[in-house]
Design a protein around this ligand. Structure first.
Ligand code: ADP
Ligand code: GLC
Length: 494
């Protein structure tokens, strides 16, 4: 289907008196449940936009959501469709008054585990139905078939779990503008072809110009194909994903979207709770003017990770333990750090092989390498605050929030020059970048960090530069507003 066919003939201005209504569709939000950066962005971006729009969130009613959101009123029933079960549409509110639509469907969502995987880390076998339910509800609410009192002027979808939302609208001939933000192209929601009819996907859409991806069905491709506009979370990643090395098989379609002016990179911000002068998790608070308080946090991290007391440099790793993050590179570089008197504290969880290798590393270097397998926000915050350097050798990184948190807390990121890392770190100014994801280049950058550590004056200047780097959401939010406006105008005129 050609792009132009997706557009409609609404009047250019939807309303001059009413704020535009945006439905922000997400599979995680840090208020209640998060698996990674998407949860944090979903909590922050709608809040950065709420002064300009009537922004509402749509999220599945996982156990973690229902147990924390407080009262949820069921305002509608959404009917079953093909193999997608009926569900209730609940309306609740965050503590600060953002409206949240919650999908009430216990058989799909009320389980122990994360939004995507069971307690053993295995993908839920019905993820196609679980997230088709989300996409279909998004389309219904957008059209006014959900909340009888509300419909959306624009649908903002995030990652593969909501990708089908744009497609369901297109198949109904609805021309509501849709934005799809890609937070990570590597997760695509790929399912077998025989799932099409259960998900209500027309046979004709199983096509290269549609949802088909190498003989299978891809939710993310559906989103990219049918959305009016695509954004991703940094300018560099927006360019990278149009190339085969980073395009995960979708680079051809993304190149087309870029040529059409329908692909933009907008860097994430970080929310104001990341303030070392106020953070209640820290042992001692500090600021860019006076960061002596970092030392107490460093000593706390040393103690809690079983490291020796030391005046040497402290390196932190706060990461999902997956191939993307270059955990193997960090493990290989550890010898360089330890041999120069440095220490490393690692917190993370993920692939069992990396967890085992990290445990082995800590055993080889008692007192110098400390590892916690798990997820703990307090530890993470104290590590950003206490460390001198953050290791982030990601092979690719759409945006990355950890490096920005580290900078804000005066820890200099040492990172591969890719995606959002390239866009947020200025080499030798507020962190260190290296050009290729290999141990050799990485250890060169680590050596530059160690040299800087030996010059107190340089270290202080770089720390200050990192802490003072503007990290807020304002600039990014205004770029999203431009994209929203463009999408609405295109929809109105084409
Ligand atoms: P991604 O979403 O790809 O994992 P980001 O850098 O965008 O990467 O976001 C990761 C977020 O998760 C950061 O807020 C980071 O502090 C946090 N995080 C990752 N691992 C842990 C952990 N083991 N404990 C606490 N926080 C973690
Ligand atoms: C994804 C990406 C990460 C990004 C986050 C939020 O998890 O891996 O780079 O910061 O989404 O957009």
């Amino acid at each position: 289907m050609a792009h132009a066919e997706l557009h409609h003939d609404r009047p250019p201005s939807i309303s001059v008196t009413r704020r535009q209504s945006i439905l922000f569709v997400t599979s995680e939000i840090a208020d209640y449940v998060k698996a990674g950066g998407l949860g944090e962005v979903s909590a922050a971006l709608p809040r950065a936009l709420r002064h300009h729009y009537d922004v509402r969130i749509l999220i599945p009613g996982y156990r973690q959501v229902l147990s924390q959101i407080g009262s949820v009123e069921e305002i509608a029933r959404l009917p079953a469709s093909f193999g997608i079960p009926a569900c209730g549409l609940g309306r609740g509110m965050t503590k600060d008054g953002l409206t949240v639509y919650v999908l009430l469907c216990p058989e799909l969502y009320e389980r122990d585990g994360s939004p995507y995987v069971d307690p053993f880390g295995v993908d839920w076998s019905d993820n196609d139905i679980r997230f088709a339910r989300l996409g279909l509800a998004a389309a219904d609410i957008a059209c006014g078939n959900g909340d009888p009192l509300w419909r959306a002027d624009l649908l903002h979808l995030n990652d593969w779990p909501s990708g089908l939302g744009a497609a369901y609208l297109a198949w109904r001939g609805e021309h509501i503008p849709t934005i799809l933000t890609i937070h990570n192209l590597a997760y695509q929601g790929i399912f077998e072809r025989d799932r099409l009819s259960s998900l209500g996907i027309p046979d004709a859409a199983f096509h290269i110009n549609g949802v088909e991806f190498y003989g299978k069905l891809s939710f993310l491709k559906a989103g990219i194909f049918y959305a009016s506009h695509i954004t991703t979370v940094s300018s560099t990643y927006a360019q990278e994903i149009t190339r085969p090395e980073f395009g995960c098989g979708l680079d051809g379609l993304l190149r087309t979207r870029a040529r059409q002016g329908r692909l933009d990179g907008i860097i994430n911000g970080i929310d104001p709770s990341w303030d070392p002068a106020k953070d209640p998790y820290l042992v001692s608070r500090f600021s860019a003017e006076n960061f002596r308080g970092k030392r107490a946090n460093a000593n706390n991290v040393r103690r809690s990770f079983g490291l020796d007391l030391s005046n040497g440099p402290l390196f932190a790793v706060v990461s999902r333990l997956v191939h993307q993050k270059g955990v193997d590179l960090a493990i290989s570089a550890a010898e360089t750090i330890v041999s120069q008197g440095g220490q490393i504290a690692v917190i993370g969880q993920g692939e069992p092989r990396f967890e085992a290798e990290l445990h082995a590393l800590a055993q080889r270097h008692p007192g110098s390498v400390g590892v916690k397998i798990g997820y703990d926000e307090g530890d993470a915050r104290r590590m950003y605050a206490g460390s001198d350097f953050l290791l982030m050798p990601s092979r690719f990184e759409p945006c990355g929030l950890s490096q920005m948190y580290a900078q804000r807390f005066g820890s200099l990121p040492i990172a591969h020059k890719t995606g959002g890392l390239a866009d947020t770190i200025e080499d030798g100014v507020n962190g260190f970048l290296f050009g290729a994801p290999c141990v050799h280049r990485f250890t060169d950058a680590i050596r530059r960090g160690l040299e800087t550590f030996r010059s107190r004056q340089r270290l202080s200047a770089m720390r200050r530069a990192a802490m003072n780097r503007p990290h807020g959401w304002d600039r990014s939010a205004s770029k999203y507003r431009q994209v929203y406006e463009r999408a609405c105008q295109t929809a109105a005129y084409v």
